[in-house]
Design a protein around this ligand. Sequence first.
Ligand SMILES: Nc1nc2c(c(=O)[nH]1)N=C([C@H](O)[C@H](O)COP(=O)(O)OP(=O)(O)OP(=O)(O)O)CN2
Length: 290
Amino acid sequence: MSHRAGRTPGNSDTLELFVDHVTHVDCGVLDPRSGLSGHTWLVDATLTGQRDASGMLFDFGPAKRLLKREIDALIDHRLLVPRLANGIRLDGPLITLTAHDGAGIDYRGPAAGVAIFDAEAIDSTLLERWLTERIAPQLPANIDALTLALREERIDGPHYHYCHGLKSHDGNCQRMGHGHRCRLAIAIDGVDQPEIAQQWADRWQGIFIGQREDWVETDRHGRHHFAYRAEQGDFAFAIDAGRCVILDGPPTVENIADHIAGELRHAHPAQHIAVRAYEGVGKGAVARRG
Ligand SMILES: Nc1nc2c(c(=O)[nH]1)N=C([C@H](O)[C@H](O)COP(=O)(O)OP(=O)(O)OP(=O)(O)O)CN2
């Protein structure tokens, strides 16, 4: 999605500067069809304009810092909410979604934990436009246009997406309801097991991973309620129990990998298990049992 930043581009002296994967965004999305989903989008940026006296469009260092800072501040580690979607209600800090299948999701938390869009649904095209409209005006005057492209990491093997929050994290991971799209790999006795990893990925698509000590109750509609107090404020989430996984410890990627390894160990007690779980793109944890 492209947005003019200021001047009209010239003909022959216009150049493009690109930064692939200037940042990635890990967020949760409320959607009237799927309910809750976790996303990781890589962001590629292209700047169009004229060189200044230094021979540059924009020094890569400050350009990357500005783009990453703004994109991260606007949508990273937030729950993205399409305000105009059927079934969405905003009532102060309480956001409720009644999805098409009747399932209800409640979120309550500080404003910093969400991003609200005047839209019926959220996808990468909408986010590209929304972000460029806000960031392009901050670019230097010799930049005529900004193009941002959001893409998912190419993952050929098993992968899943989930939402969570890490209440003790000193950064934005404390925000309940942010999410990730992740690879998952499992090996038994050193042999890759894509089918087993795929079964886990299928089972875990779109789950919310909570911590047992934050589980408050299961209501009469069969929804688990979670709540915690973090540095940025009080967060609470309610979602169908069938879409929750509850861990004994915080839902870090270490604990997620270890949870899967522990479950597999029951089924394969005499074998060596290795679970390589990712959190978003390019990072994660390996848990080994046996
Ligand atoms: N050892 C661990 N550290 C962190 C975990 C974890 O599970 N184990 N989890 C998180 C957060 O959940 C988070 O979503 C990761 O975000 P962040 O640290 O911001 O990672 P990015 O790749 O997005 O980093 P940038 O600096 O924004 O590029 C945090 N730590």
